[in-house]
Design a protein around this ligand. Sequence first.
Ligand code: ZN
Length: 158
Amino acid sequence: MEANKPTTTICTVVSIDHTNLYYTVCSICEKTLPDPTTTATSSTRCNHCTGSTSKRLFRVLMSVATDTNVFVVVLFDRAARVLFGCSAQDLFDFTNIHPFCGETASKILEGEMLRVTLSNPRNGNAQHQRVVSVVPLRSGFRSVMDSLTELYRVRSDH
Ligand SMILES: [Zn+2]
């Protein structure tokens, strides 16, 4: 088996790590920055870009089951948006208003059948296969944000 060849498989979502859905990057160069919620200073700035702010991107650890195996994959921003139906910042803001919606998001995704294309980490330090693309298979699949806004009865028009 070629180590770097992406593979496509059908899997079912077992759970997602809802405690750690984001990482913080510079708004200009998108270099990873320390998480502002775990550092003492309230604002995190990139040392290289003047006038930059920080923004959040998705990095989601998801445990999935195939017919033969259960394993953890990582979804970065583009793939995660397919399942969440919003930007990481939107979900973060929503979570600030509705503190338990991370757990609910995990529950919403549990049992969903997905067709995923996985690539092995190029970086030797990365432990998980990366989801390159994801397609929800259930007809009538609704994104996490769609389900959350209905559950919490939030109007999406401001
Ligand atoms: Zn920067």
